[in-house]
Write a protein that binds this ligand. Structure first.
Ligand SMILES: Nc1nc2c(ncn2[C@@H]2O[C@H](COP(=O)(O)OP(=O)(O)OP(=O)(O)O)[C@@H](O)[C@H]2O)c(=O)[nH]1
Length: 222
């Protein structure tokens, strides 16, 4: 059962000279078991580098600007800790997220099962069209040790309307593409929403049901 997420998507419009440039800020959260490569994916994307990293404590935070044809998007990337002891803290981090990357390690089947549990948790927190979810199979460079097939993961992703992508933070395979897919999907949804409002302008208008102001009351009593 999907539950409504109350946190609003933060968007803003920047006016620069005669042209109007759209600019949006989106929160993207990385979730998954420990050592699946969440920090490495974030680090590869933001710094284009790969290092042996220590397990994340709580959460790390990165930002990255994405310039698309019609808009500039700032991604706020929240890299959560996968260790079990941080599970309850992670809930705080995915609140208000616009997108989630559910990361697992192709060479550890248990991490795929854990990604499915994360999905269940997100489904309780968000309405279906409120969050873009990508199932990310990381460590494709370890193909010889693969325990989850491409077909199995793709089939699962399809059945739950998720974007599915395979990456290797180590060999820099499809990491940027994951974030670009997220940015494009979020922007498309935003534009569809705006265009729907333009075609149904009455949805924009509001009826003010508040008590009349003191001044009005006085006037009526006169
Ligand atoms: N072979 C290979 N190793 C990777 C890849 N990505 C990450 N690793 C390694 O996997 C280990 C865990 O990577 P992290 O990025 O710290 O994993 P994490 O999911 O952030 O772990 P937590 O912070 O504990 O949640 C490290 O030794 C990385 O070097 C990859 O694409 N291929």
């Amino acid at each position: 059962m999907f539950k409504k997420n109350m946190a609003p998507r933060r968007t803003q419009q920047v006016r620069a000279g005669p042209s109007t440039e759209q600019s949006y800020v989106y929160k993207v959260v990385l979730l998954g078991s420990t050592a699946v490569g969440k920090s490495s994916i974030a680090f590869r994307y933001v710094k284009n580098d790969f290092r042996e990293s220590m397990p994340t404590v709580g959460c790390s935070f990165f930002t990255q600007l994405v310039c698309l044809e019609t808009a500039t998007i700032k991604l706020e990337i929240w890299d959560t800790a996968g260790q079990e002891k941080y599970h309850s803290v992670c809930r705080l981090y995915y609140r208000g997220a616009n997108a989630a990357l559910l990361v697992y390690d192709i060479a550890r089947k248990a991490t795929f099962a854990r990604a499915k549990l994360w999905l269940r948790e997100l489904e309780k927190e968000f309405l279906h069209d409120e969050i873009v979810i990508v199932l990310v199979s990381n460590k494709t460079d370890l193909a010889a040790q693969r325990e989850v097939t491409f077909e199995e993961a793709e089939e699962f992703a399809k059945s739950r309307s998720l974007i599915y992508m395979e990456t290797s933070a180590k060999s820099n395979h499809h990491v940027t593409e994951v974030f670009m897919a997220v940015a494009h999907k979020l922007l498309k949804q935003e534009q569809q929403k705006e265009s729907a409002l333009q075609h149904q302008p009455w949805k924009k208008s509001r009826v003010d049901l508040r008590e009349p102001s003191n001044q009005t009351k006085k006037c009526c009593m006169n």
